[in-house]
Design a protein around this ligand. Structure first.
Ligand code: ATP
Length: 441
């Protein structure tokens, strides 16, 4: 059904140093992944693109980096301690546990995805399972020292609402953006980095006058949808899915998911919700602190509504990888290309000496590398023959390869090869910086 299988993506990620199984030498830890040298560059670029688009490119959004560990009352107020649960069923045969909403078939008779045994929900009703991971703070492990690893970054924003307003003199509408780790004891993690127990989120809480919330909600849906497209995701691989009433959280007025056509099918990439004033109201009630906004124009205090675009860094990264992966045949040989956009590509330029035994060529190639390094992420590589080096760079999405040859020593020019077209340009060494600035910056 789909051209690109997850196996191909997972294999490329391991082979080329994007993503490794966590604790692999000890047999691995289920559904936990480490980002390797290429993965960490891609992830940093992705987060920077998000930050540029929602914080630096706007006048009305400020950043935040709140602690992962928070006062347990935060989670009582937010409803996570009582309500952050997934209904689960056990398969009586293989003893595995599954989220009811992940099981195929309608009605009360489900099928175990693991062993195919019938699961009858009437005889075997689902139980609720809290998704928060617990730990203890301090030397004594009792109930009073229990704290939680945050299951979302959003609450760190709500509890800093007044701090941010007061320190930045903000007026509505304004937003607070944050990127950070979140933890959920997911029952059915899987599909590589799509659903894991430790993951990163990119969240914005955008506070508005209640009567303008519907407009802001629509604007954020458009803005976030277009962000994925601006970074190269194919439009036909993205869609919006508004939640129906049954699906909506009780406090939400509306919610729309941005879904991507992953190799395993359409799945949520990001959700944009109108959460009304639920969170600020809850924290006002629990903390006893006034979290209202003083509107100087209308001379009154009120609780703003909030629009929340909430996306996953790892899911977005998987979508960008899947979307960029392609295979071509060139002169009878298979070529794998990671067609990442120029902003996301981990390395922008690779410098390759044509003959690594020639000291003068190697020296010139290294000199070019260090001069380009001031402006671009550049890698020097002489560990294989040129054809192989090109293929490797194509697989990791490097935008351009610069080849230094014997002629370069005479005419001061190098060959620049474009990843996508494979077309080659002969460019003077002292023009290289300007050449790449035009193409990349
Ligand atoms: P799902 O229905 O897939 O469990 P959700 O609706 O519970 O997701 P939210 O609570 O809205 O997810 O979280 C916002 C975003 O955080 C999601 O759109 C997703 O990109 C990311 N995310 C949530 N849970 C995970 C997870 N376990 N692993 C990776 N990313 C996640």
């Amino acid at each position: 059904m789909f051209d690109i299988s997850m196996d191909k993506i997972v294999s490329l990620c391991k082979r080329r140093g994007f993503i490794f199984q966590s604790s692999e030498i000890y047999g691995g830890l289920a559904s936990t992944w480490d980002y390797g040298p290429l993965g960490v560059e891609l992830k940093r670029n992705l987060k920077q693109c998000w930050w540029n688009s929602v914080v630096h490119a706007r006048e009305d959004v400020e950043g935040l980096d709140s602690a992962i560990l928070m006062h347990p009352d935060v989670w009582r107020a937010s409803g996570h301690i009582d309500g952050f649960t997934d209904p689960l069923v056990d398969c009586k045969n293989c003893k595995k546990r599954f989220r009811v909403d992940h099981l195929q078939s309608k009605g009360n008779i489900k099928k175990c995805p693991e062993c195919g045994t019938e699961i009858n929900l009437e005889k075997n009703p689902p139980r609720l399972f809290n998704l928060m991971l617990k730990t203890h703070l301090g030397p004594v492990e009792d109930d009073s020292s229990t704290i939680y690893l945050r299951p979302e970054t959003a609450q760190g924003i709500f509890v800093n609402f007044i701090n941010v307003i007061n320190s930045r003199h903000l007026k509505l509408p304004f937003g607070i953006a944050q990127i950070g780790k979140s933890f959920r004891n997911e029952i059915t993690p899987g599909n590589f980095i799509f659903r894991t127990r430790e993951f990163e989120q990119m969240e914005i809480e955008y506070f508005v006058k209640p009567e303008t919330a519907d407009t802001a909600y629509q604007q954020w849906i458009g803005q976030r949808f277009n962000w994925y497209i601006s970074l190269g995701i194919k439009k036909e691989s993205l869609r919006l899915r508004p939640h129906n009433r049954q699906e909506l959280a009780h406090y939400a007025k509306a919610c729309t998911d941005i879904e991507y056509l992953f190799p395993f099918g359409w799945s949520e990439l990001e959700g944009i919700a109108n959460r009304r004033d639920f969170d600020l109201n809850q924290h006002t009630l629990k903390s006893g602190k006034q979290l209202t906004f003083f509107d100087a124009v209308e001379n009154k205090r009120y609780l703003p509504y909030v629009i929340e675009p909430s996306g996953g860094v790892d899911r977005a990264l998987l979508a960008f990888l899947s979307d960029a992966y392609r295979e071509e045949e060139v002169k009878g040989l298979k070529r794998v290309i990671l067609g990442l956009s120029k902003d996301l590509a981990p390395y922008k330029v690779a410098v390759l000496p044509l003959l690594k035994k020639r000291g003068d060529i190697v020296e010139l190639a290294k000199k070019i590398t260090s001069s380009l390094r001031k402006d671009f992420v550049v890698k020097y590589d002489d560990t294989a023959a040129i054809g192989k080096l090109y293929r490797r760079q194509d697989e990791i999405g490097t935008l351009y390869c610069v080849t230094v040859d014997v002629q370069s020593l005479d005419d001061g020019k190098v060959t620049v090869r474009d990843r996508d077209t494979m077309l080659q340009d002969r460019v003077a060494i002292d023009m290289l910086k300007g050449y790449f600035k035009d193409k990349i910056s």
